[in-house]
Design a protein around this ligand. Structure first.
Ligand SMILES: [Fe+2]
Ligand SMILES: [Fe+2]
Length: 171
């Protein structure tokens, strides 16, 4: 899986660069995974939320590519195994449920795990960008962080309805 050893990060700049490369891999995996989630979601608001976030996620990819271009001259990613596992767990939920509110509840749970992972990762990256004096990166990362938080918040709202409908599904 290509995990790198601590000696590959002699300083914060290297750690920051690696974080952006993992995030680029994560965002690319999300761009690949979201169309399936859109297709399998039943609730119209959920489908729309995933669709909107897919467009935002394409923007997150471009932002990371530009920042990595500044840092290392090329937008090379580094495979993020955590996203791979999270996307895999989402695929299992789809296989193990029927279309409807129970599946929607599972899809929302998976999506929120991914959002929280992104929120934590972007929060660290933004702090490191500030510390390293990359003020423009810090403000770009803040924009993405705000979109991740908004997506997470919207999913919490949609889940209120979805979870109520899911709990009414007969055993
Ligand atoms: Fe994102
Ligand atoms: Fe996201």
């Amino acid at each position: 899986m290509g995990l790198i050893t601590p000696s590959d990060f002699p300083n914060l700049r290297e750690l920051y660069t690696a974080q952006l490369r993992y995030l680029l891999s994560a965002e690319n995996q999300i761009v690949k995974g979201l169309p399936d989630m859109i297709e399998h979601a039943d609730d119209a608001r959920l489908k729309q939320a995933f669709q909107t976030h897919l467009q935002e996620t394409e923007g997150h990819v471009s932002r990371l590519e530009n920042m990595l271009g500044d840092l290392i001259g090329s937008p090379e990613d580094k495979k993020d195994p955590i996203l791979l596992a999270l996307v895999g767990s989402g695929e299992n939920i789809t296989k193990e449920t029927e279309v409807g509110p129970v599946r929607d509840a599972g899809l929302i749970a998976t999506a929120q795990k991914i959002e929280h992972y992104e929120i934590a990762s972007y929060g660290s990256a933004r702090e490191w960008a500030s510390q390293l004096g990359f003020a423009e990166h810090a403000s770009i990362l803040q924009k993405t962080l705000d979109e991740e938080k908004h997506a997470d918040h919207l999913l919490t709202q949609i889940a209120q309805q979805t979870n109520a409908s899911a709990s009414a599904v007969a055993a």
